[in-house]
Design a protein around this ligand. Sequence first.
Ligand code: NAD
Length: 444
Amino acid sequence: MFVRRIAVVGTGYVGLTTGACLASLGHRVVCADVDPAKIDRLRDGEIGIREDGLADLVVEGMAAGRLSFVVGASAALEELAREGDPVEVVFLCVPTPMGVGGVADLGAVEAVLEETRAALPRGAVVVTKSTVPVGTAERTAELLGRDDVGIVSNPEFLREGTAVHDFLNPDRVVVGSSQQDAAERVAALYSRLGAPTVLTDATSAEMIKYSANCFLAMKLSYVNAIAELCERLDADIADVTEGIGYDRRIGQAFLAPGPGWGGSCLPKDTHALLQVADAADFEFRLLRATIDTNDRQRQRMVDKIRTMVTGKRGGSLSRRKLALFGLTFKAGTDDLRDSPALGVAALLKQAGAELVGYDPGVVGSGASIDANLVTVVDDPYLAAKDVAAIVILTEWPEFRQLDWRRLAGLSAGACVVDTRNLLDPDVLDRAGLTWAGVGRSART
Ligand code: NAD
């Protein structure tokens, strides 16, 4: 097997997974980050994020001498050069957050290009794994100003929580470039994974990433809208999604209604594609409606909680104590970025409620949550003491295993609002709790 000499810039969910997985495939990888404290922790084998199997890969890679960590992209290039052979491939895995007006902020991407521009050896390939707006590859070429360096777009599709599994078992690999040799070299890095590979131009590769994420967001907004209609028409969303999900043209994935989609990707990527469409003079009404539907969803959950707690629409939540079960943007991760759970919490707080939160992904993770918003405790039974309602906001499977009779006994007259339709209503019935889900008739 050929061994490539690779620099990975950015050691977050995508970069650390990319670096550790490529090292596990036998390559020599130096990972770089701007955050010196993060690099210190990584050198000690502490990955700082919750990802199945990632810590083991990091420790194995370091022990085998295939994986190391440095501060700064240029230091990664220097480290490889010092070993004798210069870097061959540089992966950009830095953040591209939502900037002013919804446009993707490419500041970190540009900073890395500026930092490495002069030091890139002839024949090296710069690979953008960060999610970037359509047209960024052209801008990258301009910024680099080097026609002896390859530029490739290789969007990443991993999911947080299962990042290592997803990286090593991708549904597909997408490699886009106008330079065939550079594209083939990047595609070859993944050849052992046996995934279908889409070789295309960079613009199409960038478009693939945005269209995939926006399609997933659209599917979720559609399901949330159908769930709302189910409530009005007395249909049951669980049966409806089961019934449509068996259709292979639709599929079961991304059919669960909830408090709205969130996380570090879907909100920023939907807004960014909307801006890309705007710039191309295309009024993307479908995507606009996808975002608008989602923006309403958090408030809809608050209205539901209000009705359940006060027994009437528009009742006051002032000084009502609520337990929030789940704060992360989805189960299986410790990531709180743009979490719909925190969005609902903020609206509840505005309405005057007092919030106590519990989340298995947050316990012991060191995640910082504004204590003025929600008091976070590490025990669900403590969170649920003397509350007016327990609100399920993240679909952690362990919530199903809680002792719901005991929880019912902790607060007289409490109800459960399950924004994820996670719990079995019969279990709650038997525990003596009234219950409301999403897209199904409440049991009061
Ligand atoms: P992250 O915030 O977890 O990690 C980014 C890292 O880059 C941080 O450690 C940060 O310190 C570092 N960084 C910032 N500027 C830097 C610089 N100039 N030089 C070196 N390091 C720098 O981000 P992430 O979730 O890994 O996402 C990275 C990119 O991948 C984004 O564009 C995102 O949209 C995309 N993406 C994310 C996911 C996901 O599930 N998180 C999935 C697919 C694609």
